[in-house]
Design a protein. Sequence first.
Length: 324
Amino acid sequence: MRIALIVGINYYQNGGALFGCVDDAHAVKAVLERHDGGGVNFDCKLLTGTGPTDAVTRRELRDSIQQLFAVDADIALFYFAGHGHIEATGGYLLASDSARGDEGISLSDVLVLANQSRARNKIIFLDSCHSGIAGTPPGQGNLATLAEGVTVLTASTAEQYATERDDRGVFTTLLVDALNGSAANLTGDITPGSIYAHIDQSLGAWEQRPVFKTNVKQFVSLREVSAPISREELRRLVEFFPAPGAEFRLDPTFEPELKGRDPGMPDPIPENTRTFGTLQKYNRLNLLVPVGVRHMWNAAMESRSCRLTALGEHYRRLVEKNRI
């Protein structure tokens, strides 16, 4: 079972309105509900605060967070977009009816609920100002208190504001892009770690900095997208490269194109050309490079070899260990 509580609040009775949080929440819900192929993924509950008749009260927000982390699920995911507040007593998520900062939901309380949850994996995404303090008790400096299975990814540090651009949260825009496939690995899996890497690389040193805190033994896949190469073809890495540093020798029989052949060159062999097609896929995915020449065509026509890159060696080891 995978469940998600997704909250977006634009309307605040006692503070400045926001503009992109509700749309961001809808976008997160849309991408989490199903895998790329249409299979069911997360069972989502959506709370949005758009105006006086559609507000998210503190009571409703707290009760929903408690219900989320009370479920014995494989993954319990909490996403929040809205105002955040920080003071000496810690950080807070503000509901529509919060009259002042410390009347929101304490981030310490959210972490207590997550730490005590029976869910195997607890994922928290926060697109709110000062959210980077989540997981750090007041007065504890950089000491984070996360139980095993808890992961927190926030839009900014404890000192920073979370910005909006074109009426969308900068953090959530990158989060949704990552979940749509920008953070997928070669098997099509998207993990919290790969999402953070995507967001981290997309934001410059002078922009808001995402904060990533986790206490897990192994990352869980949050969404599956179409892989750029089949698992069957990946498993052939150990067939072509049986040992680290091995090279695969090519010759003109691997190249299916007849143009450019010198007189006396052997004709293509169908079995070899099929193998060459797989090797070319490896090359396009940066798993493999030709040795001594720039292009795979030259490697074949000049009877050169090809070898795995560092990334290719990584996936070869995964295949060797039956991880793929």
